[in-house]
Design a protein around this ligand. Structure first.
Ligand code: ZN
Length: 190
């Protein structure tokens, strides 16, 4: 594996994380995601890492979209250029190969809160901004709730909701293709 800048935890996937590896959350359905098998270790891991590729052209480099607060208006951080403002969700990705755009995480509709609780609201700017540079991406889904309870919740939700859709944390890691800084954001979803 090439150096991603990410420290992957060692261990074995938990039952819920393994189920997500086998049937990734629908939040990631716009992309071709591949679960990573963790390096061997003693821990039971509630987290599964996915490498992200374009479902149309198989490219693995993306520009990351967000709603930085600096773009909100003159009253909020107007002296901070968008590329230096903290990224705010929702996040979409634009393929550096074919230009296709899809959603990877929207706290209003994705994860435990998004599906079961009407969404979690995060502060965000008014305008979507994509990174100038491209990134190789890993995203994670985290499951702190045991699989039996997740299965019950998914069944109660109906509408084809899978247990893996109900992740309670989401992380996005971007390893720059060029000279940009490493990109990381994480969000609680439950
Ligand atoms: Zn593409």
């Amino acid at each position: 594996m090439t150096d991603t800048g990410i420290t992957f935890p060692h261990g074995t996937l938990s039952d819920a994380a393994q189920l997500a590896a086998d049937a990734p959350p629908r939040s990631f359905a716009s992309f071709a995601v591949r679960p990573l098998k963790p390096p061997p270790g003693q821990d039971i891991l509630p987290i599964v890492y996915f490498a992200v590729r374009c479902a149309s052209c198989d490219n693995d480099a993306f520009h990351i979209g967000s709603y930085p607060m600096a773009a909100a208006g003159p009253s909020v951080g107007s002296d901070v250029p968008p590329e230096e403002a903290p990224p705010c969700p929702p996040h979409r990705l634009r393929c550096a190969g074919c230009g296709g755009v899809g959603s990877i995480f929207d706290p209003a509709t994705d994860g435990y809160d998004g599906i079961l609780c009407g969404g979690r609201s995060y502060q965000k700017g008014e305008r979507e901004v994509f990174t100038g540079g491209a990134f190789n991406l890993h995203v994670t889904a985290v499951y702190n709730i045991g699989l039996p309870e997740l299965q019950d919740l998914a069944a109660q939700a109906g509408g084809g909701v899978k247990p893996s859709d109900l992740f309670d944390w989401f992380n996005i890691f971007g390893t720059p293709v060029g000279d940009d800084e490493f990109f990381q954001a994480d969000y609680e979803c439950a």
